[in-house]
Design a binder for this molecule. Structure first.
Ligand code: C2E
Ligand code: SIN
Ligand code: SIN
Ligand code: FE
Ligand code: FE
Length: 491
């Protein structure tokens, strides 16, 4: 029953988590202590340097170009010597140019090493774009605006407004940001107004001069706001400001509308070509600053999210691996299939199904923490042994807790041994307090377990297994699901 680790016979925890891993890694390798590739798996997004058939049996130091091979040799040496995870980066020629990769090498207790390789080419390209954006921000600073390198957008705006009021000799100016979701222009900054009435206001994005400027992407000029010449009625507070000359400058970056800058003067402006050109330059730089700020925020967010999910996956995974290697592949696959089928039949929505699939796949990961002597004991368990065995759902919960994207999949690993009448474990939940996913899962788990050989008893015949489930409707199993389970088996 307990199988030795070999090339064909990988640890069960490994196999269960492999599916999860695929979403985050592009290439997965298992190496023996000397670097020989024992197992190879390319994820969906992989841009492989070599054909998979070239891998197994070769040493990783030898399948890659010399420089990359040396890096692997060093990393393997460090992993083995210091027994800790080593991360490294390297480049390889790919059809589209140069690919960048990040490899994490994770030591296992038996001298084997897991290598997870991530294609970070796209990520590096985003970094370059970010760098360019930051350079534009630096150019804005070069016009002698006193802004600090990581100034908030509002600080940058005040600096811009002060600058244009001084350099363009105007009385007042304001900046509005386009919220394309609500289709509104939101007031972001203003200077030179008598009142603060504009702050915290917003305008419909396709009305008035400001709306026209941004929706048509053109400069709007009104030489006398007070005269009947104006196309739009002025709001009362602008009337009180006694403005005369007016410009609305669209703020665009990379063809995308970001907002509008308004310029006001209480007498006629003598705008020449140079003045207009300076106005447009400043507007361009304001737009670049907005674009950089938005982009910087988004990049920061996606980077941390990705990195977080990735790290935590590997963490939970390697912790599980170091605990146990052993095989339960058939059982896990069968109960996952049967559970998915039953879940679909009782109308679980497809967005929930993915969590049920992950939860089933991971349901017995907690057994990785149960000693061989108990798990493989060829007879009944003593009270003390049962105490330990009953910890496996909580062990699973602890193991998977750090992986936030698995949170909605936790119900099955955590609650699959609860019983309808409240006599199960670990929390003695009863009835519908037991998560539905766990109630559905219990059918497949017990049914498949009863029909399989266990160290403590031989497999039961199908009829006895079905009879057992039928007789325990309402005690162990959710009586509302039983009919659907039985008609599924009958088919
Ligand atoms: P498992 O063997 O995969 O069993 C899963 C569940 O199927 C069990 O949860 C139980 O609800 C049901 N089941 C399995 N075999 C039998 C059986 O022969 N009779 C009955 N009435 N129900 C059965 P349970 O009881 O919470 O056990 C959880 C895990 O604890 C089992 O997973 C197995 O790994 C271990 N275990 C349970 N009983 C023994 C035992 O007598 N000796 C040993 N060595 N391990 C045991
Ligand atoms: C399992 O339920 O995961 C398999 C248990 C066993 O093979 O003893
Ligand atoms: C468990 O260990 O998850 C419960 C029993 C099983 O896996 O079949
Ligand atoms: Fe279990
Ligand atoms: Fe199971």
């Amino acid at each position: 029953m307990n199988s030795k680790m070999s090339q064909q016979n990988l640890p069960d925890a490994f196999q269960q988590l492999e599916a999860i891993f695929q979403a985050y890694g592009d290439l997965l390798l298992v190496l023996s202590g000397d670097g020989t590739i024992q197992y190879y798996r390319a994820g969906d997004g992989a841009q492989s340097y070599l054909e998979p058939s070239q891998f197994p049996g070769q040493k990783i130091q030898e399948v890659y170009p010399y420089k990359v091979g040396r890096k692997y040799a060093n990393a393997i040496f460090n992993v083995r010597t210091h027994k800790k995870i080593v991360t490294m980066e390297y480049s390889l020629p790919v059809s589209s140019g140069e690919g960048r990769y990040e490899a994490r090498l994770i030591p296992l207790a038996n001298r084997q090493i897991i290598v997870c390789v991530r294609d970070i080419t796209g990520h590096k390209q985003s970094e370059l774009v970010l760098e360019r954006q930051l350079k534009q921000l630096a150019a804005l600073r070069a016009i002698d605006l006193s802004i600090t390198s990581n100034a908030k957008l509002s600080t940058t705006f005040s600096a811009i407004l002060d600058f244009i009021r001084a350099q363009l000799n105007i009385d007042a100016a304001s900046i509005w940001l386009l919220n394309s979701h609500d289709h509104l222009l939101e007031h972001a900054a203003g200077a030179g107004f008598y009142t603060a009435a504009l702050a915290h206001t917003h305008l419909p994005a396709d009305e008035g001069y400001a709306g026209m400027a941004v929706s048509e992407n053109r400069l709007i000029h009104v030489s006398n706001l007070q005269s009947g010449e104006a196309d739009f009625p002025l709001s009362p507070y602008l009337r009180m400001e006694n403005f005369m000359d007016y410009y609305a400058v669209p703020l665009f970056a990379k063809g995308k509308p970001l907002g509008v800058m308004e310029i006001f003067h209480r007498s006629a402006l003598s705008a020449n070509a140079e003045w207009l050109s300076l106005l447009e330059t400043i507007a361009g730089q304001a737009a670049a600053a907005i674009d950089s700020a938005i982009m910087f925020k988004e990049l920061q967010r996606t980077n941390t999210e990705l990195k977080h999910a990735y790290d935590k996956t590997i963490e939970g995974w390697s912790r599980a691996l170091s605990l146990r290697d052993r095989e339960t592949e058939g059982h896990t696959r069968r109960v996952t299939e049967m559970t998915m089928k039953l879940a679909r039949r009782i109308g679980i929505t497809s967005s929930e199904l993915i969590h049920i699939q992950r939860g089933s796949t991971l349901h017995d990961i907690g057994k990785a923490g149960i000693p061989d002597g108990i798990l493989f004991k060829p007879g009944p368990l003593t009270d003390d042994e049962w105490k330990i065995m009953r910890r496996h759902p909580s062990i699973a919960a602890d193991l998977l807790k750090p992986i936030s994207y698995l949170a909605p999949a936790m119900h099955i690993p955590h609650s699959h041994h609860e019983k309808w009448d409240g006599t199960g474990y670990p929390d003695r939940l009863a009835g519908e307090a037991i998560p539905l996913a766990a109630r559905i899962f219990a059918f497949a788990d017990v049914y498949d377990s009863l029909m399989s050989d266990r160290p403590y008893r031989p497999a039961w015949p199908k009829a006895s297994a079905l009879e057992y489930i039928h007789n325990n409707s309402g005690t162990h199993f959710d009586p509302n699901i039983i009919p659907e389970f039985e008609s599924m088996i009958a088919e």
